[in-house]
Write a protein that binds this ligand. Structure first.
Ligand SMILES: Nc1ncnc2c1ncn2[C@@H]1O[C@H](COP(=O)(O)OP(=O)(O)OP(=O)(O)O)[C@@H](O)[C@H]1O
Length: 245
């Protein structure tokens, strides 16, 4: 296709009553890029995800997914997005395969087409051999991998993950982070919301969000300069959560 951005957020604002959660947010991501949406608690990350998935709508600004305007053509735009929310949304008493089939059906996939897509998605996350297990039997890391596989079943171009490593141990965090970086290497565009700088590689794109404003967009290495990313992040944000500010 063209060289238009996979995701383009342009002058987006959103208020909860008098509280401005996002204020004139703009950034664009090219295809096949891993981008960290880095911000302390309360920065507006979940609010932005709610807008990107149309759980919330705003009249202020535009969001385009692979060129499709989310407000004017939501079906086309949403069809190109896969989402992993902060809170797990799996049915624990169904097998991995039944969870996948259910989700595929929501995207209008059934029969052979669904089976092919499900196998491919589980393969990408090294989860195919777990297909017959109940989700309840999986550890936290494997549940998250399953959710990522599920988010890929309809072949989206953009994958959104809202703090996907919350509650995982160090080994599982590292494995999930590496896996998703690999997906970006294969051409997927990834927006990964986090407040943890150790999940970010030097070559990754970073959008620093603070109190509803984009403070910077650059690679992690550029933001770190001669120091570390964590020092640069604290210098920009004051190291304070919005909730505590
Ligand atoms: N429903 C709501 N009503 C009022 N204010 C809200 C609501 N949801 C979020 N906020 C406020 O909007 C701001 C942004 O919140 P948001 O949850 O988007 O931030 P976040 O970066 O995702 O934080 P966290 O990492 O804690 O989830 C915060 O100040 C929050 O208190």
């Amino acid at each position: 296709m063209t060289d238009q951005p996979a995701l383009c957020v342009s002058h987006v604002s959103l208020s909860y009553g008098p509280k401005k959660a996002l204020d004139d947010v703009s950034f664009a991501l090219p295809r096949g890029r891993f981008c960290a949406l880095l911000g302390p608690n309360g920065a507006g990350k979940s609010t932005l995800f709610s807008l990107l998935t149309r759980l919330l709508v705003t009249r202020e600004g535009t969001i385009r997914v692979a060129g499709h305007d989310l407000a004017k053509n939501p079906r086309a735009a949403l069809a190109r997005i896969g989402v992993v929310f902060q809170q797990p949304t799996l049915d624990l008493d169904m097998t991995v395969m039944r969870n996948m089939r259910y989700f595929a059906a929501l995207h209008g996939l059934s029969g052979r087409a669904a089976a092919t897509r499900i196998d491919a998605s589980l393969d990408r996350l090294n989860m195919r051999e777990r297909a017959g297990e109940k989700v309840r039997a999986l550890n936290g890391g494997h549940r998250r991998r399953m959710e990522i596989a599920r988010a890929l079943v309809h072949s989206p171009e953009v994958l959104l993950l809202d703090e996907p490593t919350v509650g995982l141990d160090t080994a599982a965090r590292r494995s999930i982070t590496a896996h998703v970086h690999q997906l970006a290497g294969e051409g997927l565009t990834v927006l990964w919301a986090t407040h943890l700088v150790d999940e970010i590689d030097p070559a990754d794109e970073v959008v620093v969000l603070h109190r509803g404003h984009v403070l910077k967009q650059a690679t992690a290495a550029e933001i770190a300069g001669n120091g570390t990313l964590i020092d640069a992040f604290i210098a920009m944000t004051g190291g304070k959560d919005e909730a505590a500010a």
